[in-house]
Design a protein around this ligand. Structure first.
Ligand SMILES: [Zn+2]
Length: 167
């Protein structure tokens, strides 16, 4: 599907609205979207646990990035630039969600589903980098925003290409 000017305007309006929702729910939880992320996160732990007990703490993060990542690859291969951008934004929003969890590694304030272990407390303690939790979280958060910006630039660029192709 070509990125026509009207599609572009709709997309940009959608992204601005989405950023508004993300900013408004800062530093909390985005309704529905983060529920879906949490579902994939929670599925990721036991699935990873089947293969390795040691990797199980990473499984949640891998799980919540897996589906948007898979969609990105699929839309890229199908040549669907807009859908790819939406999947990119979902992936990036997951990074914002993950950074929130990372930043909590020492504070341990976030309510945990099932009352189990705190993934990032476990992982950072294992690597002996617990004191850097806020800095690592800030880096992941910045990466998430760069990803959202990149999706926007990608769609703008595609719109420009399609405009040139139409002449
Ligand atoms: Zn987890």
């Amino acid at each position: 599907m070509p990125v026509t000017p009207s599609v572009l305007v709709l997309f940009i309006a959608g992204v601005i609205g989405f950023i508004g929702i993300v900013r408004m729910s800062e530093p909390g939880f985005i309704f529905l979207l983060d529920h879906a992320n949490l579902l994939f996160h929670e599925a990721g732990h036991p699935i990873t646990g089947i293969f390795s007990q040691r990797l199980e703490p990473y499984g949640g993060t891998v799980g919540q990035l897996f589906f948007p990542g898979l969609l990105m690859v699929s839309f890229w291969r199908k040549g669907r630039p807009l859908a790819l951008a939406v999947a990119m934004i979902w992936f990036s929003e997951n990074l914002l969600n993950i950074s929130r969890y990372m930043a909590d590694a020492r504070k341990l304030d976030l309510p945990l589903v099932g009352g189990g272990d705190h993934d990032w407390n476990t992982i950072f303690a294992r690597w002996n980098i617990l004191q850097f939790d806020d800095r690592i979280a800030a880096g992941i958060k910045a990466t998430g925003w760069v990803g959202i910006a990149a999706a926007l630039v990608w769609v703008l660029w595609r719109a420009w290409c399609d405009r040139r192709a139409r002449g």
